[in-house]
Design a protein around this ligand. Sequence first.
Ligand SMILES: Nc1nc2c(ncn2[C@@H]2O[C@H](COP(=O)(O)OP(=O)(O)OP(=O)(O)O)[C@@H](O)[C@H]2O)c(=O)[nH]1
Ligand SMILES: [Mg+2]
Length: 306
Amino acid sequence: MNRGPGLLKRWLQNIGKMKDEVKERFAQLWSRKEVREEDWEELEELLIQSDVGPRLAMELVEEFRQFREKSPERGDWQYWLYNKLYSFLEGNNPWLFSSAEPNTLRVILLSGINGVGKTTTAGKLAYLLQEGGERVVLIGADTFRAAAMEQLRIWAERARCRYFQGSPGADPGAVVFDGIHSALHHGDTVAIIDTAGRSHVNKNLLAELEKVTKIARKAVPESQFESLVVIDSLAGQNAFAQVEAIARVAYLTGIVLTKWDSQAKGGIIFRVAREFGLPIKYLGVGEKITDLLPFDAEEFVKAIVY
Ligand SMILES: Nc1nc2c(ncn2[C@@H]2O[C@H](COP(=O)(O)OP(=O)(O)OP(=O)(O)O)[C@@H](O)[C@H]2O)c(=O)[nH]1
Ligand SMILES: [Mg+2]
């Protein structure tokens, strides 16, 4: 994978607040003789503002306090913070299909709430995998809107991959079934399924996602299936509840965090990893076809702490 200087710059995007304010505050509290209760509260507030979520913020502050009290000779707090933050992402395997057979069909299902960037991610991922030598087909399971089908067709054109389209209004489960069989027939190595956006209040759409997932899972061995939920980096509490509902039906194996280039704050990475207990696979960093980065936990935490 290409990891040039441009890539590092995009990693660093949106961790400014964590890097400057939060890290600075840790350093100050570490070196001060007396720390007042308000100072700890202020650190917690800063962490919450960087989007790590209230639970994680509390945990970090508590443990840092303990570490500080237990280390009178003033150990290496940066090393402590690195290990602590990294532990939240421990085991974050960013690769797809770690144990799959090469050259046989693998299936990626993309799901998520409305407008988070599923179709765009499908296109970027198709491009990335094609560049890596795969034969990719994009399968359009969002058959409700003609515009959605056209949007995916255009992405397939840009990514120079095959596109499998169901007929408008067709049952998404049937389209996925036919699409995967067409992929097997054509000797494609990766099938990427784009689904319709859905919310937790819509029981029919969730039931449909469950059905589509079952069909896709059954078509290939377990090691050849990835079910990725797409989450907007600006996601608030409400979005988390909706992703939970999706997680209950979609046998999720990983997360793609999109719109990292927008006003997102770095802490969201730790929060989604913690809340869903799933590896973050990619970051979407823009609207162009090349704007998808594999997520590297170690590099990311290093960039915050050092
Ligand atoms: N800045 C930025 N914009 C993005 C990114 N990913 C997607 N978008 C934009 O987000 C908008 C929605 O993207 P789509 O891919 O259509 O989202 P979707 O989840 O397929 O939407 P529905 O199918 O309607 O649920 C588009 O304007 C995309 O260009 C990203 O990483 N960064
Ligand atoms: Mg879409």
